[in-house]
Design a protein around this ligand. Structure first.
Ligand code: ADP
Ligand code: MG
Length: 250
Protein backbone atom coordinates (compact mmCIF):
# COMPACT_ATOMS: atom_id res chain seq x y z
CA UNK A 1 0.00 0.00 0.00
CA UNK A 2 1.54 3.24 -1.10
CA UNK A 3 1.56 6.15 1.22
CA UNK A 4 3.53 9.33 1.36
CA UNK A 5 4.12 11.22 4.57
CA UNK A 6 5.81 14.57 4.58
CA UNK A 7 6.53 16.00 7.98
CA UNK A 8 7.64 19.56 8.65
CA UNK A 9 9.76 19.61 5.49
CA UNK A 10 12.12 22.55 5.10
CA UNK A 11 14.04 22.93 1.87
CA UNK A 12 16.48 25.52 0.61
CA UNK A 13 17.82 26.34 -2.84
CA UNK A 14 21.08 28.23 -3.02
CA UNK A 15 20.76 28.99 0.70
CA UNK A 16 17.30 30.52 0.34
CA UNK A 17 14.59 28.77 2.32
CA UNK A 18 11.79 27.81 -0.10
CA UNK A 19 9.74 25.21 1.77
CA UNK A 20 9.05 26.39 5.29
CA UNK A 21 7.60 23.38 7.07
CA UNK A 22 5.37 21.36 4.72
CA UNK A 23 3.08 18.68 6.14
CA UNK A 24 1.27 16.39 3.75
CA UNK A 25 -0.03 12.85 3.84
CA UNK A 26 -1.26 10.90 0.85
CA UNK A 27 -2.74 7.49 1.49
CA UNK A 28 -2.93 4.62 -0.97
CA UNK A 29 -5.66 5.14 -3.53
CA UNK A 30 -5.94 8.90 -3.02
CA UNK A 31 -5.54 11.65 -5.57
CA UNK A 32 -4.49 14.98 -4.11
CA UNK A 33 -4.24 18.35 -5.79
CA UNK A 34 -1.59 20.84 -4.76
CA UNK A 35 -2.53 24.35 -5.82
CA UNK A 36 -0.95 27.73 -5.32
CA UNK A 37 0.38 30.84 -7.01
CA UNK A 38 3.61 30.79 -9.02
CA UNK A 39 6.85 30.80 -7.09
CA UNK A 40 5.30 29.27 -4.00
CA UNK A 41 7.39 26.08 -3.92
CA UNK A 42 5.17 23.51 -5.66
CA UNK A 43 7.84 22.37 -8.11
CA UNK A 44 10.43 22.47 -5.33
CA UNK A 45 8.32 20.00 -3.36
CA UNK A 46 7.89 17.77 -6.43
CA UNK A 47 11.61 17.76 -7.23
CA UNK A 48 12.63 17.13 -3.66
CA UNK A 49 10.35 14.10 -3.39
CA UNK A 50 12.00 12.69 -6.50
CA UNK A 51 15.50 13.48 -5.22
CA UNK A 52 16.79 16.36 -7.32
CA UNK A 53 20.15 17.15 -5.64
CA UNK A 54 19.85 20.91 -6.25
CA UNK A 55 17.47 21.14 -3.33
CA UNK A 56 18.90 20.98 0.18
CA UNK A 57 16.75 19.42 2.87
CA UNK A 58 17.19 21.53 5.98
CA UNK A 59 14.74 19.70 8.20
CA UNK A 60 11.80 17.33 8.37
CA UNK A 61 11.04 13.94 6.85
CA UNK A 62 9.72 12.33 3.70
CA UNK A 63 8.49 8.77 4.15
CA UNK A 64 7.26 6.53 1.35
CA UNK A 65 5.65 3.32 2.57
CA UNK A 66 7.31 4.06 5.88
CA UNK A 67 10.79 4.27 4.32
CA UNK A 68 12.95 7.36 4.55
CA UNK A 69 13.08 8.68 0.97
CA UNK A 70 15.78 11.23 1.67
CA UNK A 71 18.33 8.42 2.08
CA UNK A 72 17.49 6.89 -1.32
CA UNK A 73 19.04 7.68 -4.70
CA UNK A 74 16.82 8.89 -7.56
CA UNK A 75 17.12 5.40 -9.05
CA UNK A 76 16.02 3.69 -5.87
CA UNK A 77 13.06 6.03 -5.63
CA UNK A 78 11.98 5.19 -9.18
CA UNK A 79 12.38 1.48 -8.51
CA UNK A 80 10.31 1.71 -5.38
CA UNK A 81 7.40 3.01 -7.47
CA UNK A 82 7.74 6.78 -7.57
CA UNK A 83 7.14 8.72 -10.76
CA UNK A 84 7.58 12.42 -11.48
CA UNK A 85 6.21 14.23 -14.51
CA UNK A 86 8.32 17.36 -14.54
CA UNK A 87 6.86 20.79 -15.21
CA UNK A 88 9.36 21.18 -18.06
CA UNK A 89 10.14 17.67 -19.38
CA UNK A 90 13.66 17.56 -20.85
CA UNK A 91 14.32 16.81 -24.52
CA UNK A 92 16.69 13.93 -25.24
CA UNK A 93 17.03 13.71 -29.04
CA UNK A 94 19.44 10.71 -28.99
CA UNK A 95 17.08 8.27 -27.23
CA UNK A 96 13.79 7.19 -28.73
CA UNK A 97 10.63 7.36 -26.69
CA UNK A 98 10.12 3.61 -26.89
CA UNK A 99 13.72 2.90 -25.83
CA UNK A 100 13.46 5.28 -22.93
CA UNK A 101 10.34 3.63 -21.53
CA UNK A 102 11.74 0.16 -22.17
CA UNK A 103 14.95 1.01 -20.28
CA UNK A 104 12.96 2.46 -17.40
CA UNK A 105 10.94 -0.76 -17.18
CA UNK A 106 14.10 -2.86 -17.40
CA UNK A 107 15.82 -0.82 -14.71
CA UNK A 108 12.91 -1.54 -12.41
CA UNK A 109 12.69 -5.23 -13.27
CA UNK A 110 16.44 -5.52 -12.57
CA UNK A 111 17.68 -9.03 -13.49
CA UNK A 112 14.57 -10.16 -15.42
CA UNK A 113 14.53 -8.27 -18.74
CA UNK A 114 11.20 -6.97 -20.04
CA UNK A 115 10.32 -8.90 -23.21
CA UNK A 116 10.29 -6.67 -26.27
CA UNK A 117 7.20 -7.94 -28.07
CA UNK A 118 4.67 -7.64 -25.22
CA UNK A 119 6.27 -4.31 -24.37
CA UNK A 120 5.71 -2.97 -27.89
CA UNK A 121 2.13 -4.25 -27.92
CA UNK A 122 1.42 -2.59 -24.61
CA UNK A 123 3.08 0.62 -25.80
CA UNK A 124 1.03 0.67 -28.97
CA UNK A 125 -2.18 0.11 -27.03
CA UNK A 126 -1.45 2.90 -24.56
CA UNK A 127 -0.47 5.27 -27.38
CA UNK A 128 -3.78 4.60 -29.08
CA UNK A 129 -5.58 5.18 -25.79
CA UNK A 130 -3.89 8.59 -25.53
CA UNK A 131 -4.32 9.42 -29.24
CA UNK A 132 -0.57 9.65 -29.75
CA UNK A 133 0.47 8.97 -33.36
CA UNK A 134 2.42 5.71 -33.77
CA UNK A 135 5.48 7.46 -35.22
CA UNK A 136 6.13 9.13 -31.86
CA UNK A 137 7.46 5.87 -30.43
CA UNK A 138 10.58 6.15 -32.60
CA UNK A 139 11.09 9.88 -32.28
CA UNK A 140 13.68 11.24 -29.84
CA UNK A 141 12.39 11.58 -26.29
CA UNK A 142 10.35 14.78 -26.32
CA UNK A 143 12.50 16.04 -29.21
CA UNK A 144 10.65 18.84 -31.02
CA UNK A 145 7.46 17.92 -29.19
CA UNK A 146 5.01 20.73 -28.55
CA UNK A 147 4.21 21.57 -24.93
CA UNK A 148 1.00 19.56 -25.14
CA UNK A 149 2.73 16.58 -26.75
CA UNK A 150 5.30 16.50 -23.96
CA UNK A 151 2.57 16.41 -21.34
CA UNK A 152 0.76 13.60 -23.14
CA UNK A 153 4.05 11.75 -23.38
CA UNK A 154 4.55 12.04 -19.62
CA UNK A 155 1.15 10.40 -19.16
CA UNK A 156 2.17 7.65 -21.59
CA UNK A 157 5.26 6.97 -19.47
CA UNK A 158 3.11 6.82 -16.36
CA UNK A 159 0.67 4.35 -17.92
CA UNK A 160 3.54 2.15 -19.06
CA UNK A 161 5.44 2.26 -15.76
CA UNK A 162 2.38 1.91 -13.52
CA UNK A 163 3.92 3.72 -10.54
CA UNK A 164 2.55 3.51 -7.01
CA UNK A 165 2.84 7.24 -6.56
CA UNK A 166 2.84 9.80 -9.36
CA UNK A 167 3.67 13.45 -8.96
CA UNK A 168 2.36 15.37 -11.92
CA UNK A 169 3.78 18.88 -11.95
CA UNK A 170 1.62 21.23 -14.03
CA UNK A 171 0.59 18.39 -16.29
CA UNK A 172 -2.27 20.63 -17.46
CA UNK A 173 -0.22 23.68 -18.44
CA UNK A 174 -0.40 24.73 -22.06
CA UNK A 175 -3.00 22.13 -23.00
CA UNK A 176 -5.96 22.82 -25.23
CA UNK A 177 -9.23 21.26 -24.19
CA UNK A 178 -8.78 18.07 -26.26
CA UNK A 179 -5.32 17.40 -24.88
CA UNK A 180 -6.54 18.19 -21.37
CA UNK A 181 -9.24 15.56 -21.71
CA UNK A 182 -6.74 12.99 -22.95
CA UNK A 183 -4.40 13.71 -20.04
CA UNK A 184 -7.32 13.44 -17.61
CA UNK A 185 -8.39 10.15 -19.19
CA UNK A 186 -4.88 8.80 -18.61
CA UNK A 187 -4.85 9.83 -14.95
CA UNK A 188 -8.33 8.45 -14.35
CA UNK A 189 -7.25 5.14 -15.90
CA UNK A 190 -4.62 4.83 -13.17
CA UNK A 191 -7.12 5.20 -10.34
CA UNK A 192 -6.99 2.19 -8.05
CA UNK A 193 -6.53 1.40 -4.39
CA UNK A 194 -2.83 0.89 -5.13
CA UNK A 195 -2.18 4.19 -6.83
CA UNK A 196 -1.66 7.58 -5.25
CA UNK A 197 -1.19 10.85 -7.05
CA UNK A 198 -0.20 14.42 -6.33
CA UNK A 199 -1.43 16.72 -9.10
CA UNK A 200 0.33 20.05 -8.93
CA UNK A 201 -1.58 22.77 -10.68
CA UNK A 202 -2.09 26.49 -10.78
CA UNK A 203 -5.60 26.21 -12.19
CA UNK A 204 -8.81 24.48 -11.21
CA UNK A 205 -9.58 23.39 -14.79
CA UNK A 206 -7.94 19.93 -14.68
CA UNK A 207 -9.78 19.13 -11.46
CA UNK A 208 -13.11 19.20 -13.28
CA UNK A 209 -11.91 16.14 -15.19
CA UNK A 210 -9.89 14.41 -12.49
CA UNK A 211 -11.76 15.05 -9.28
CA UNK A 212 -9.28 15.01 -6.39
CA UNK A 213 -10.00 13.45 -3.00
CA UNK A 214 -8.08 16.19 -1.22
CA UNK A 215 -7.01 19.70 -2.22
CA UNK A 216 -4.11 21.59 -0.63
CA UNK A 217 -3.23 25.22 -1.12
CA UNK A 218 0.39 26.23 -0.80
CA UNK A 219 1.40 29.82 -0.20
CA UNK A 220 4.95 30.94 0.38
CA UNK A 221 6.39 27.50 1.08
CA UNK A 222 3.65 26.28 3.39
CA UNK A 223 0.36 24.47 3.02
CA UNK A 224 -2.14 27.00 4.32
CA UNK A 225 -5.38 25.17 3.59
CA UNK A 226 -6.52 21.59 3.04
CA UNK A 227 -9.99 20.55 2.06
CA UNK A 228 -12.12 18.71 -0.46
CA UNK A 229 -12.85 19.47 -4.10
CA UNK A 230 -15.00 22.45 -3.05
CA UNK A 231 -11.83 24.23 -1.92
CA UNK A 232 -10.65 24.29 -5.53
CA UNK A 233 -14.05 25.53 -6.65
CA UNK A 234 -13.97 28.34 -4.07
CA UNK A 235 -10.53 29.27 -5.31
CA UNK A 236 -11.87 29.60 -8.83
CA UNK A 237 -14.24 32.30 -7.49
CA UNK A 238 -11.90 34.12 -5.13
CA UNK A 239 -8.42 33.60 -6.60
CA UNK A 240 -5.28 33.44 -4.48
CA UNK A 241 -5.23 37.16 -3.58
CA UNK A 242 -7.09 37.03 -0.29
CA UNK A 243 -5.09 33.99 0.84
CA UNK A 244 -1.89 35.86 0.09
CA UNK A 245 -3.09 38.78 2.21
CA UNK A 246 -4.07 36.45 5.06
CA UNK A 247 -0.65 34.81 4.99
CA UNK A 248 1.11 38.20 5.03
CA UNK A 249 -0.81 39.22 8.17
CA UNK A 250 0.43 36.24 10.15
N1 ADP B 1 16.72 25.44 -9.11
C1 ADP B 1 16.43 26.62 -8.54
N2 ADP B 1 17.38 27.58 -8.43
C2 ADP B 1 17.11 28.76 -7.85
N3 ADP B 1 15.90 29.10 -7.35
C3 ADP B 1 14.94 28.21 -7.44
C4 ADP B 1 15.14 26.92 -8.04
N4 ADP B 1 13.98 26.24 -7.99
C5 ADP B 1 13.10 27.07 -7.40
N5 ADP B 1 13.67 28.23 -7.05
C6 ADP B 1 12.99 29.34 -6.38
O1 ADP B 1 12.13 28.80 -5.42
C7 ADP B 1 10.87 29.47 -5.40
C8 ADP B 1 9.77 28.48 -5.64
O2 ADP B 1 9.83 28.01 -6.96
P1 ADP B 1 8.99 26.79 -7.51
O3 ADP B 1 9.14 25.66 -6.58
O4 ADP B 1 9.35 26.58 -8.92
O5 ADP B 1 7.51 27.39 -7.36
P2 ADP B 1 6.15 26.98 -8.11
O6 ADP B 1 6.35 25.64 -8.72
O7 ADP B 1 5.14 27.01 -7.01
O8 ADP B 1 5.88 28.03 -9.12
C9 ADP B 1 10.96 30.56 -6.43
O9 ADP B 1 11.29 31.77 -5.77
C10 ADP B 1 12.10 30.11 -7.33
O10 ADP B 1 12.77 31.21 -7.87
MG1 MG C 1 6.16 24.97 -10.64
Amino acid sequence: MASLQIQNLQVAVNDTLILKGVNLEIKAGEIHALMGPNGTGKSTLSEVIMGNPRYQIIGGNILFNGQDLTQMTVDERARSGLFLAMQYPPEVPGISNADFIHSALNARAQEKAVAVLPFLQDLQQQMQFLSIPEAYAERGLNADFSGGEKKRNEILQMLMLQPQLAILDEIDSGLDIDALQVVAKGINAMRSCQFSCLMVTHYQRLLNYVVPDVVHIMIDGKIVKTGGFQLAQELEQTGYEHLLKESNHE
